[in-house]
Design a protein around this ligand. Structure first.
Ligand SMILES: [Zn+2]
Length: 306
């Protein structure tokens, strides 16, 4: 565990100047008003959580490796999938920072979309971020009875209009109706099994995962594996996002508002509408703003009366 923490500590130190530069850049373009000291404190909390997780993961893997020898990777992968599932399920219950949505018109629209999408009532919560940022966002999370949608309060403010807010709601509800979170967990399992096997093979010459000498190698293997599989997992994420956009168009029948949101994102979050292909490949979890506008227009074309 000490070796794991040391590894993470070194990575944190290396990343510090880049994080500072990114904060300076965001502040310069009015994307955040977060102070340097607040940023550092927030970063410490995230670092603490990462320390905890690395220690816990090492405890599980090394414990299994010492009992089962080289076969630890199969139950090991299962344990991590189970943890991911438990975390996805419980995360909404650990949220104490949001309030219920109170806008009557948006709530009425929510109930209508839930009926059309064939899902039970999903609580809609609002997270206050406007104090420190004008960036706009929303997300769907939870599993089964813990399913929720969270809107940042910035999306309830100008330049976003009611029609656009409704499309955002429909998009997030579609993530639930299309079961994107359980699907994401299934994909995680598909990546975790060969990942655990690779970890077993790579640490064999260091005495296997039961030996402390294997920890630094294991950390590198996990980091490289995550990096190499990122284009594939981003591709999967973009497919789900495109499906949620399409469903939102079907239930709202409002392509102009979907287009309006994308323009709003470019204005408030300074998103590049048409970024270089390689950044999209490495970092793009959503289709580009230009592609999403193109989909709204394609939907309009298709549903126009002939
Ligand atoms: Zn989405």
């Amino acid at each position: 565990m000490l070796l794991g923490m040391l590894g993470l500590g070194i990575v944190w130190l290396v990343g510090l100047p880049f994080g500072l530069a990114a904060l300076w850049w965001s502040r310069r373009y009015g994307q955040t008003e977060l102070g340097y000291l607040d940023w550092l404190l927030e970063d410490w909390v995230i670092l603490g959580a990462a320390f905890f997780w690395i220690s816990f993961a090492l405890l599980v893997v090394m414990g299994l490796a010492r009992r089962l020898g080289e076969w630890w990777w199969l139950p090991g992968a299962a344990v991590f999938v189970a943890i991911a599932g438990l975390f996805t399920f419980t995360a909404p219950y650990l949220d104490f920072t949001t309030d219920p949505l109170e806008d009557e018109a948006l709530l009425a629209a929510t109930r209508e979309y839930e009926r059309e999408l064939g899902i039970p009532k999903v609580p809609i919560r609002v997270e206050e971020v406007s104090e420190s940022s004008q960036q706009a966002n929303a997300y769907a999370y939870g599993l089964g009875p813990s399913r929720r949608v969270v809107l940042w309060d910035t999306i309830l403010m100008p330049p976003f209009e009611t029609g656009e807010q409704k499309v955002v709601l429909a998009h997030e509800l579609a993530h639930h109706s299309q079961r994107h979170l359980p699907e994401g967990l299934a994909w995680f399992a598909i990546f975790a099994v060969p990942g655990a096997w690779l970890l077993m093979r790579a640490t064999r010459s260091r005495g296997g995962m039961g030996a402390p000498e294997a920890v630094p190698v294991a950390l590198i293997v996990v980091a490289v594996y995550t990096l190499v599989t990122a284009p594939l997992s981003n591709h999967l994420s973009r497919r789900m996002e495109a499906e949620a956009d399409w469903k939102a168009l079907q239930v709202t029948e409002d392509p102009a508002s979907l287009e309006g949101i994308m323009v709003g994102f470019a204005e408030t979050s300074l998103g590049d509408p048409d970024p270089p292909a390689w950044t999209q490949l490495v970092l793009g979890t959503h289709p580009t703003l230009a592609d999403r506008v193109a989909m709204a227009r394609a939907w309009r074309e298709r549903s126009a009366p002939r």
